[in-house]
Design a protein around this ligand. Structure first.
Ligand SMILES: Cc1ncc(COP(=O)(O)O)c(C=O)c1O
Length: 500
């Protein structure tokens, strides 16, 4: 990466010029610089609406076929993130994940995927017709969460599924656990398979040496990166990074153009341009402070009786090769509160909004936007909660994330099959045609095509009792589930599975 070049923000500069030139707009969007939506403009300000223009205008390039300032901005991003190509995304990492899947495999093909993948992956499987070969992530018993995958599990899956088209890795998980990605890449490449990576929670990794390796550093072939989550750009703005070799970037672009809008938000695109510049020029220094701040906060939280915040002690264990220290996964088992209860207390009593809660934990995401003050507020609130609401070592819940579901038909086959709706509680043994999950984190408890087990039904019941809102099903309350109407269709699937 040439630092001098990284000073430039070609896309942002072109937008500012458009405004400075006092260009008279006879194009969409119809608010025309905010004049057509005065109430909104008076709150959000004029500037953001003045750059809210559309794709294909002279000098402002087009997202579908960039040849001007978007292309320049993407090239700078590729260089900053250590990739050969970068594609700006305005529909989040979700669209990047789906494009990765669509560009490496097709109907009936297989991809090796950790079972704790995000719902966007299941969407990608349904769109592409790719069949997942699920591998089990390692479970952290005390935290009750899924961690990374081991290189050995990847090797085993490759031996058992020699025709799989790619290996999919999450780097790192929502809770910050990174697998040994370099080793996984080495293994996958030795079998001639590309590695595609979900870096929704890893945009910052490549910009500080004390963080786990980024996908590009580890030699992976593609990575979908939520710049909006951890590097300061606006919500929904992500980047798809590509390395040549195993991947044909032209195919990636075609896949992206299948699902992405032709009217991308220029404020989002411009925020990517500026976030990339900031990361390239100041990322290391900013992240140094963030890491230090989060480490101090972790130590202070760990001093509270009954509270445990996962830290470097788990590095090098089976499910965690390296941990992102900016993630503060705060476990409340020792004070007898569920994460859901703690999240509500934090929000309604202390006006603190956490990133997510689960049965045992609340997760605070530390970023370059945090400071001593925000962390102090969090530590004091957790101290207060432990004192006021702690239930003296009552370990209340003991539910484990259900494992070993059997995938009977592919997600796509399930999605397009005839269905019937039944109460979730009566679904044992049936084949689900939809996902069911707590969101966030958005990891399906059941995926389309899987047989519903007693454990799944019990786990969903416990989540609900503890105050978690389940989703993913057509029934907004997830009390019913759509299952395969005719189990005989499984025989038909067996005959056609390699071609659909
Ligand atoms: C692990 C993981 N992958 C993918 C996504 C999708 O990213 P985005 O929200 O940028 O579409 C998320 C979102 O939370 C996620 O947690």
């Amino acid at each position: 990466m040439k630092l001098q070049e990284q000073q430039k923000t070609p896309l942002f500069a072109a937008l500012k010029k458009y405004v400075e030139d006092r260009t008279v707009p006879f194009h969409v969007p119809g608010h025309k610089g905010g004049k057509g939506i005065a109430e909104f403009r008076s709150f959000v300000g004029e500037n953001i609406l003045s750059i809210d223009v559309t794709s294909g205008l002279l000098d402002l390039d087009s997202i579908c076929n960039p040849t001007g300032v978007i292309q320049e901005a993407e090239a700078l991003a590729a260089s900053a993130f250590g990739a050969d190509f970068a594609h700006f995304l305005v529909n989040g990492t979700t669209s990047g994940i789906q494009a990765m899947i669509l560009s490496v495999a097709g109907p009936g093909d297989e991809i090796i995927i950790p079972r704790n993948a995000h719902r966007s992956v299941i969407g990608g499987l349904i769109l592409s017709g790719v069949r997942p070969v699920y591998i089990k992530p390692v479970i952290h018993d005390y935290m009750g969460i899924a961690m990374g995958i081991t290189p050995e599990s990847v090797r085993r899956a490759l031996v058992e599924h020699p025709n799989a088209k790619a290996v999919f890795v999450i780097n790192p998980t929502y809770y910050g656990a990174a697998s040994d990605l370099r080793k996984i890449v080495e293994i996958a490449h030795s079998y001639g398979k590309p590695v595609i990576v979900d870096e929704a929670h890893g945009a910052h990794l490549g910009f500080h040496p004390d963080l786990p390796l980024s996908a590009m550093e580890a030699g992976a072939d593609m990575s979908a990166v939520s710049v909006h989550k951890l590097l300061g750009s606006m919500t929904q703005s992500s980047i798809l990074l590509v390395k040549s070799g195993f991947i044909d970037d032209r195919r990636v672009k075609s896949a992206l153009n299948l699902t992405q809008t032709t009217s991308p938000s220029y404020p989002l695109l411009a925020s990517l341009d500026v976030a990339r510049k900031q990361a390239a020029l100041k990322g290391r220094k900013m992240l140094e402070s963030t890491i230090q701040l989060c480490q101090r906060t972790r130590e202070e939280l760990n001093e509270i009786k009954g509270i445990y915040v996962m830290g470097s002690e788990i590095e090098g264990t089976e499910g965690c090769y390296a941990l992102d220290p900016t993630k503060l996964a705060i476990n409340l088992r020792g004070i007898g509160l569920s994460g859901f209860e703690a999240e509500k207390l934090l929000k309604y009593e202390y006006h603190i909004q956490m990133e997510l809660s689960d049965l045992y934990n609340v997760l605070a995401v530390g970023t370059i936007g945090d400071n001593e003050e925000s962390m102090k507020i969090l530590v004091n609130a957790i101290k207060d909660i432990a004192q006021k609401y702690g239930k003296k070592n009552v370990i209340k819940i003991t539910a484990e994330f259900p494992e070993n579901q059997e995938m009977v038909v592919s997600p796509r086959f399930a999605f397009y099959s005839e269905k019937r709706v039944i109460p979730l509680e009566e679904a044992e043994g049936e084949i689900s045609t939809e996902m069911l999950m707590a969101y966030p984190p958005g990891i399906p408890i059941i995926c389309p095509g899987e047989r519903v087990t007693k454990e799944v039904i019990e786990y969903a019941k416990i989540l609900r009792t503890e105050g978690c809102q389940l989703q993913g099903t057509q029934d907004p309350e997830a009390r019913t589930l759509m299952v395969l109407a005719d189990k005989e269709s499984v025989k038909y699937y067996e005959r056609i599975k390699e071609v659909v």
